[in-house]
Design a protein. Structure first.
Length: 708
């Protein structure tokens, strides 16, 4: 439910507030701020008077807050997709780069694809124009328009209590789809998939009365085990299906359609395929509905399947599913977007509480297929590999440190997803470590419309090189307000104060042992903190895993830590790369995936907690890495995107590359673009884009074509 809690006007230089949206106006600039997700977007207004609060009732879609402004132009700082609808809600057109569109007198609703949902209500004629970097909405004479905004943040509606019995867990999972905002194919958009209710373990099953799953007529039957219940949870959520015990794993619809889900080792594969296939075809079918755009994936797959998407759009969900699953998976597999996340979930009762968060991420759920790993062997391999290319043997280990504590390490089997996460007691290598406490901390995060606050601590003067590098990175984006605070050589009391003070991100450089941070006067153990004010962190010191987990237990949301000793020179490189990626909007998990490819010791780093958390917003809607190769007629550019908590799987992206105007499903390698020298030079004018040339990472604002 969305509410408009704004009650006062907004005079010059003041702000207006709602539950999640805050408007700040000063000297012709209207900043729209998502106070929950810490996102900001600036609109330039040719207006002599400040906006005034207005009701959001005039908007077709729900808004958290709205203002009215008298202006003859609205300029946005980036080129974004804009959907134009008439008074009846029919989409007239969508515009983007190099747009030149004119609209006659009438009533219109514009949807701007900004970091938050942004709408403009217009009564009268207007024009939209754009070049490669900016976009303007102009009116022939000064007019009053309404601007509304809605946060993309979504909270669970309730909490379910369940026992550890598989049948009770199935009943709890059956309520997850109560969070879906629609059962139409548009639920493949992340903003129309709400957060499932959270789960707590208890002595009896208790489901709140307000949780009302949709009546889709779809049932998933599985043998009554925790393994089967966990694996089908994302599929049941997405299909709006109830989960019931049965002798065989299968999907059933009320029309009599039955789709087997395999047995033994085939079961998890078949569930994963059913999820991806139904989701992918929904992304195609939805182009017949509210957003009739020209989607790349539709043009790629349409000729290979016998499906009438226009007819399917209005059919019941069960009939859509039956049609989708009638197509061979092998037909669509080459065209699927790379899935964001695969989770490896231990089939123990303690994993139950993680299910809603994995489902909210549309993660594929697998049960562990791992091999045990000796951390000493992994550490030795990484260090020896680095030393072969290095003249130094300095690590970030304290000279008097004892041997690493014995841990239970596992290495999950590789998957086709961009990222992997481990849910279990063990410590993973090659995957992030998720805990339900971290996600609860994220849900409890306080609203803020202030600057992004970043704290850098260097507690060893020999590591000043990394501090100097990251000082130049954090807060370097002029369009976003950052507050960066740096500290050196802190005492235990001083570091305690830093860790307990609210901050969006902490970059710690120094020596760390499993039992504490090395300070000027001894060691500070994070388990002794009264509270943790830091939301996210990078602890760039040896064996920082245990102290990072203590920060999560104390209130932090997510972080990057080390499993073993790390070479100092390598740690500097990793730290600088991570700082740049995080500063440019990469989530923790995606940033580490990219940075690990730059240095052999990257394998000693893992993400703990909520790895989908971002420190800053992206400029283009989705973080991306571009692989560039020189060819005979110019260059080839592979555009690879990563999803975020805000722009999840199912969201759209239009890469501003060459003459491209195509929409793509966001996630993974979306396409290869052939570019002339001039087109590549134009692309490189965009600041801060990471590029990969012959396996090495560069940045677009520090790169020359002569480097290829």
């Amino acid at each position: 439910m969305y509410t408009d809690a704004m009650t006062q006007s907004s005079p010059h230089g003041q702000t207006t507030d709602s539950a999640a949206i805050r408007f700040e106006y000063d000297d012709g600039t209207l900043d729209v701020v998502d106070t929950v997700e810490r996102r900001r977007y600036s609109l330039s207004l040719s207006s002599p008077a400040a906006p005034t609060v207005t009701s959001g009732a005039s908007f077709r879609f729900p808004v958290d807050g709205a203002v009215a402004v008298e202006t003859d132009a609205i300029t946005v700082p980036t080129v974004i997709a804009v959907y134009v609808r008439d008074a009846d809600g029919r989409m007239l057109t969508e515009t983007g780069k190099f747009a030149e569109e004119s609209f006659p007198d009438g009533a219109y609703s514009l949807e701007l694809c900004a970091p938050m949902k942004l709408y403009v209500r217009i009564e009268g004629p207007f024009e939209i124009s754009a070049d490669a970097t900016r976009m303007a909405i102009e009116f022939p004479e000064r007019d009053t328009v309404s601007i509304g905004a809605r946060s993309k943040h979504d909270r669970p509606a309730a909490t379910i209590t369940t026992t550890d019995e598989p049948e009770d867990v199935m009943a709890a999972i059956s309520t997850f789809s109560s969070a879906l905002k629609t059962t139409s194919p548009e639920r493949s958009y992340p903003t129309l998939r709400g957060h499932p209710p959270t789960i707590e373990r208890g002595s009896a099953l208790s489901i709140p009365d307000e949780l009302s799953p949709p009546e889709t007529g779809i049932t998933i039957e599985v043998p009554p085990t925790l393994r089967h219940a966990y694996v089908v949870a994302p599929l049941a959520y997405y299909l709006g299906a109830t989960v019931e015990p049965g002798d065989e794993a299968q999907i059933r619809t009320e029309s009599g359609f039955v789709h087997p889900l395999g047995i033994d080792d085939e079961f998890e594969t078949e569930v994963e395929r059913a999820l991806k296939q139904s989701f992918f075809f929904d992304c195609i079918t939805r182009t017949e509905g509210l957003y009739p755009i020209d989607l790349h994936e539709r043009r790629a797959i349409e000729r290979h399947v016998d499906l009438d998407f226009a007819a399917l759009y209005d059919r019941p969900i069960g009939e859509q599913l039956a049609a989708y699953l009638s197509e061979p998976y092998s037909t669509i597999e080459p065209h699927l977007p790379e899935w964001k996340l695969t989770s490896h979930v231990a089939t123990t009762p303690s994993s139950i509480e993680m299910l809603p968060f994995l489902v909210n991420d549309m993660a594929v759920v697998r049960t562990p297929d791992t091999q045990r790993v000796s951390p000493a062997r992994a550490e030795t391999t990484a260090i020896e590999g680095f030393l072969r290319n290095s003249s130094t043997r300095s690590t970030r280990e304290v000279a008097s440190a004892t041997a690493p504590q014995t841990e239970s390490y596992v290495e999950p089997a590789p998957t086709g997803s961009l990222e992997q996460v481990w849910v279990g007691d063990e410590t993973p290598m090659g995957a992030s470590k998720a805990t339900p406490q971290a996600y609860r901390n994220h849900l409890a995060r306080e609203q803020s419309s202030g600057d992004v606050s970043i704290t850098v601590v260097c507690n060893d003067p020999e590591m000043d090189e990394e501090r100097d590098l990251v000082d130049d990175v954090y807060g370097s984006r002029e369009e976003l307000p950052f507050e960066v605070t740096a500290h050196r050589d802190l005492t235990r009391a001083e570091l305690r104060s830093v860790l307990e003070t609210d901050a969006d991100f902490l970059h710690y450089i120094g020596h760390i042992e499993p039992d504490g941070f090395e300070c000027a006067d001894g060691r500070l153990d994070a388990t002794t903190l009264e509270e943790v004010g830091v939301d996210a962190f990078l602890l760039n010191g040896c064996r920082s895993y245990d102290q990072g987990m203590a920060l999560i237990d104390g209130g932090a949301i997510g972080g990057i830590v080390t499993l073993t000793d790390v070479i100092n020179v390598g740690a500097v490189e990793i730290g600088a790369t991570l700082a740049r990626l995080l500063n440019n909007g990469f989530p923790l998990r995606a940033a580490l995936e990219v940075a690990k490819g730059e240095n052999v010791i990257g394998e000693q780093y893992i993400v703990i907690g909520d790895g989908g958390m971002s420190i800053a917003q992206t400029e283009s809607g989705a973080p991306a890495v571009c692989d560039i190769t020189k060819v005979d007629n110019g260059f080839e550019l592979v555009f690879k995107t990563y999803t975020t908590d805000i722009e999840g799987i199912g969201s759209l992206i239009v890469p501003i590359i060459g003459s491209n105007e195509n929409y793509y499903l966001n996630s993974g390698d979306i396409d290869t673009f052939s570019l002339s020298t001039r087109e590549l030079e134009d692309f490189l004018t965009f600041d801060g884009i990471p590029l990969r040339i012959d396996g090495k990472l560069y940045w677009s604002d520090e790169f020359s074509l002569t480097d290829i």
